[in-house]
Every structure is written in C-alpha cells, then in structure tokens.
Design a protein around this ligand. Structure first.
Ligand SMILES: C[S@@+](CC[C@H](N)C(=O)[O-])C[C@H]1O[C@@H](n2cnc3c(N)ncnc32)[C@H](O)[C@@H]1O
Length: 319
C-alpha cells in the first residue's frame, strides 16, 4: 500500500504549535537543524525556510513510509543540505553525537503522525478493525499482537497501569489471558471487545473510548517510547553547540515529566547539600529554560486541529 503522501493531503499530519516552535528554535541562516521526528515534515519545512537558503537539515524518523515527505521537503530546500536518517532517534542522535556532529537546533515532536493513526493497517486505531500491529518501524519486534500473545497476566496489567494509567488494568489483563486461551487476539477489533467485556458496564460509556488507554499503553510498550526519550534527550543535548536550542513537544504526562526533569536538571547549578557553607561540587548550569511552564496550543489551534489538544511544548537553550 502506498503511503498517504500518494493520497489526498487531507490525511497529512498538521504540525502542532508550529509558530511557537519556530519562535523558540529561532533558526538563522547557515545553521544546522536536526528534526528527530520528521513525520510529514511540517515543522522541518518551516525551519528550512528560516535557514534562508544556507545550512543543513538532518531529518530522522523510524518509519520508512515518511520518505516521500522528505523528498518533497528536500526538493523545495534549495541551497540547504538535507539528509534523511531512518531509525530510532535514541540510536541515531547518539551516533551523531559520538561522531562529533553538532547542531544549532533540535526538535522532537513525540508520538504518532496522523498518517500512522489514520491508516487502519498500521493497527494504532481502536476505531477500525485491523491487524493489531502498532509498530512505528514495521521491521521492529514485537508487534502489539505479539505482546498481547506472549506477556503474562501481571506483565500485561503493569503495561496498562503504567503506560495507560488504566484503572481496570488487572481485569483487562485477565480478560486477555482468558480470551487468548480460546483464540489468538490478532486484530484491533478483538482487543476492543475484550476491553469492553472486562470493565464494569458504566465504564464502557464513560469519558472517551473505553479502549483508548489500553491502546496508548500497548503503543508505548511496543515502540519503547519512554526509553527512546530517556536516551534521546541527553544525546540531543550532547549535539548542541553553545547557544543551541532544544524543543520537545509531548502528548501525555509520562513524556512531559521526563522532558521537564531533564531540562530542570540541566538548568540547575550547584547540587551541594544546603548545610555546606561553600560549594564543593562546582556544577554550573548548562541550560537556560525558555519555557518555565509548558506552552499549550491556543483554543483556536485545538478547534482547527483537535489532535493538538494534549500537546505541551518545552524548550531550552544550551549555555
Ligand atoms: C508527531 S509525528 C511528527 C510530525 C512532524 N513534526 C510534522 O510536522 O509532520 C511523530 C513522528 O516521529 C516518529 N517517531 C516517534 N518516535 C520516534 C523515535 N523514537 N525515533 C524516530 N522517530 C520517531 C514517528 O514515526 C512519526 O513519524
């Protein structure tokens, strides 16, 4: 199946908090920009404009189907050197940093693109029956179906509780183990049925889709999303030149907490215990945080693009 770039533009990802990212990253001609989550290249396209025909764009994505979007950005980026690297940004950024590649601006826009969510065959959506896949990189293992088939009941419950903050994690895990003893759970529709059958009736009609949290949890587990962020943030930071800027957009509190702590730690100076009369650690702040509070999308942006509603943007400059 062709990626959505071959279909209508209506399915393309709309970049979130685009003007705010542009302002915080403040890209100038001749600089090197790293977009660690290229997607449809909406943010990259804007940042390339700010390069004013001179500089470099390094685009990273673990999903090979974004390649046609990159080719489009490349074709319009006259005078700017562009490179696409396919892989997990945790790995790619670490390799770039280890090879002394330096950047002036790094962007991580976490989570899924609209193309991934809206293509039923990717298995991310509880709204359509499709194979239970959920891999951003389809060559990775395991898929969501393999997780559901192989994790034991406590492991499944832990995933749903930790990554989905699912209240009925234990009941749903038990429901899955029972159902898979009868038949393999290989489709999103089967998983939705098990979730519905495992939770109390009133919860089936509560706020949002009853399987939303389970799907979020499985997706985070399948793609090791929080581990990638934990490794990717210090790697991105290591690449930044003095004066370089890092911006991160997250879409749920688990991600945002990691970003907040990471930036706070970099901005912190002396870590000596308060009872010491003088500093002995000598630690100097490495960062100036540009967003004391996370930036949220305006009501107007959410109206135009409801998928932006949970976005939170944080940024810092390397001192
Ligand atoms: C929210 S979309 C980015 C959209 C993009 N900023 C735009 O304007 O089109 C997230 C993209 O990042 C990719 N992605 C998520 N986590 C990743 C990771 N750890 N390494 C590499 N790519 C990742 C996904 O495959 C997806 O294409």
């Amino acid at each position: 199946m062709l990626p959505n770039v071959q279909r209508t533009d209506a399915a393309d990802h709309v970049p979130v908090l685009a003007e705010e990212v542009r302002e915080l990253l403040d890209v100038r001609p001749g600089e090197t920009v790293v977009d660690g989550t290229f997607g449809a290249g909406g943010h990259s396209r804007i940042l390339v404009e700010d390069l004013g025909g001179a500089g470099k764009l390094v685009a990273i994505d673990r999903d090979s189907t974004v390649r046609p979007y990159f080719d489009r950005v490349k074709a319009s980026a006259r005078g700017v050197q562009t490179r696409f690297l396919r892989g997990d940004f945790a790995v790619v950024l670490s390799q770039l940093a280890a090879n002394d590649v330096r950047a002036d601006a790094v962007l991580l826009d976490l989570g899924l693109s609209s193309m991934q969510v809206d293509r039923p065959e990717r298995g991310f959506s509880y709204a359509t029956d499709a194979p239970l896949d959920m891999r951003m990189d389809s060559s990775d293992e395991p898929s969501a179906a393999e997780v559901v088939a192989s994790y034991d009941e406590p492991e499944l419950a832990k995933v749903f509780r930790t990554y989905g903050e699912e209240r009925y994690a234990t009941q749903i895990a038990r429901g899955i183990v029972r159902r898979r003893a009868e038949e393999p759970i290989e489709r999103t529709g089967q998983l939705v049925d098990v979730v519905k059958a495992s939770i109390p009736a009133p919860a089936r009609f509560g706020e949002g889709h009853p399987a939303k949290r389970v799907f979020q949890a499985l997706r985070i587990e399948v793609n090791h999303e929080l581990e990638s962020l934990e490794v990717g943030l210090p790697a991105a930071w290591a690449m930044l030149r003095p004066g370089g800027r890092l911006a991160v957009i997250s879409f749920h509190s688990l991600e945002d907490r990691i970003v907040k702590h990471f930036l706070r730690e970099r901005a912190r100076g002396c870590t000596c215990p308060p009872e010491l009369p003088v500093c002995v650690c000598g630690k100097e702040p490495e960062a100036r945080v540009l967003t004391p509070k996370p930036i949220r999308p305006s009501a107007r942006e959410v109206d135009d693009n409801p998928r932006a509603s949970s976005a939170r943007l944080r940024a810092a400059v390397r001192i």
